[in-house]
Design a protein around this ligand. Structure first.
Ligand code: 4AD
Ligand code: MG
Length: 432
């Protein structure tokens, strides 16, 4: 038996092969059954005639339930009319395990129902396309940094303290002796890595106990975070721009079929891969928003609606830099020319998708950083090791974090970030 994946069928014209998969759909003309079989790499139309299968197996094939697992052996036939350009002329059909009353049918289901059935919903063509694009994005992230000599430097998930602020931490009982927290970002550890290896990135799950039910917020998401010694804010913005352009180009090149399944408009994506990206200072962002009628004041952080309005002005992703330091975390370095500003950057995706990247230059002066920790009323003790990085050979350094689900939501053109994770975690959802 020559077991072949559907995506490789093109290499076996006229040969007898076996597909192993699941029944996606079927129809029958009475004398011929058309079984649509999926195997995770694609869908293939398998044509089974009564003479090929014999009357008994032929009759049984007419009652197979959706998602029955099966092995089909037959000859590969090129046919431009068939989905995928080829079909399988069936000789043998072996049911591995039956499926009856599969809960997800081709009719419309509500999102809450589908999320309850997430373990099965991921078999549907649309979800399949999204998660394959997610896989491509993750691979592109790793390749981008590997090609540039970055060291993968994974940060811990259990941490003794907060990174991004104390209000949205998941607290854990650590052996009944002390509290631990699920990490909000690997950044502080990546900074230690950068001072050891020059350029590093971490890539792992991060957690935010955010009580926000927006379409951009998950409580668990994956973040990829580069950190580079001797980088300033400009270097950091350049890296972020190169990184995102690389990812968009890669997805366009390799995931065209999935983008088509999603009916994604490709023109704006192609434009989004064109460097340079738009860059504006926070000051200008506020002016633009006020001109659009938003009641924002200088000093306000930008919310989802503001980000959407701003990003609608440009075809490329946009880099908004130098926010007021007061609305950013303690570790941000201040702009020496205007100390009320942080040397930070957010990247907003085009087409109204909002923030996909946050980052900037880090405070590298020991006394200043120590003062900032105290100013924010954070405990000093858990940050001693972090302050050490400023005690022993401190250098300017910068980095950023990109949330994978946010990026995938934009690239796939999704309404809600929940479809960009295999099993999304939100305030109101922990199952399945
Ligand atoms: O802007 P954030 O909070 O930045 C940091 O955590 C920095 N420490 C990163 C760094 O400099 N190394 O988060 C970075 C990105 C956001 O731009 C967004 O893409 C994503 O993480 N993100 C979320 N994604 C989904 N759900 C949430 N609740 C998210 N919060 C942040
Ligand atoms: Mg942010």
């Amino acid at each position: 038996m020559a077991w072949v994946y559907i995506e490789d069928l093109g290499r076996h014209p006229g040969e007898e092969v076996t597909l192993r998969g699941w029944l996606y759909n079927r129809r029958s003309s009475g004398k011929v059954h058309f079984l649509l079989v999926r195997d995770g790499t694609g869908v293939c139309q398998c044509v089974a005639g009564i003479n090929d299968l014999g009357p008994e197996a032929f009759a049984a094939a007419d009652h197979l339930g959706q998602e029955t697992s099966l092995e089909v052996t037959g000859v590969v036939r090129e046919d431009q009319r068939a989905p995928g350009g080829r079909e399988l002329m069936v000789k043998r059909l072996n049911v591995v395990a039956p499926a009856t009353d599969y809960p997800i049918t081709p009719k419309e289901h509500g999102v809450a129902f589908l999320l309850d059935q997430r373990h099965l919903w991921i078999r549907s063509s649309r979800q399949h396309a999204i998660l394959r694009i997610r896989s491509e994005v993750a691979a592109a992230c790793r390749d981008f940094f590997a090609e540039r000599g970055f060291v993968l430097f994974d940060a811990p998930i259990l941490t003794p303290t907060s990174c991004e602020g104390t209000t949205n931490l998941f607290e854990i009982d650590y052996f009944g002796e002390r509290k631990a927290y699920l990490t909000q970002s690997g950044q502080l550890y990546a900074e230690a890595g950068a001072l050891a290896f020059g350029k590093v990135y971490c890539f792992g799950p991060t957690f935010r106990a955010e009580k926000s039910k927006t379409r951009r917020h998950l409580t668990e998401f994956w973040m990829v975070e580069p950190e580079v010694a001797y980088f300033n804010l400009d270097d950091d913005m350049q890296l972020a721009e190169d990184f995102v352009a690389y990812i968009v180009t890669r997805v366009l090149e390799r995931r065209g079929a999935e983008l088509k399944t999603l009916e994604r408009d490709l023109a704006p994506l192609a434009r989004a891969a064109q460097k340079p990206f738009a860059r504006i200072a926070y000051d200008e962002a506020i002016e633009r928003l006020r001109a659009k009628g938003f009641a924002v004041q200088w000093g306000d952080d930008l919310g989802g609606d503001e980000e959407t309005a701003l990003s609608n002005d440009f075809a490329t992703p946009m880099l908004v830099h130098r926010y007021p330091a007061a609305c950013k975390p303690f570790y941000m370095k201040r702009d020496p020319a205007r100390p009320e500003l942080a040397l930070c950057v957010d990247m907003l995706a085009p087409e109204g998708y909002g923030e996909i990247i946050g980052g900037g230059q880090r405070e590298d002066d020991y006394a200043t950083l120590r003062a900032r920790i105290l100013e924010r009323q954070l405990p000093l003790e858990p940050f001693n090791w972090y302050l050490d990085l400023r005690r022993y050979g401190s250098v300017p350094h910068a980095g950023f974090g990109m949330g994978i689900e946010r990026a995938v939501t934009w690239l796939c053109g999704l309404h809600h970030v929940r479809e960009a994770a295999p099993f999304p975690r939100m305030m109101e959802r922990l199952e399945p």
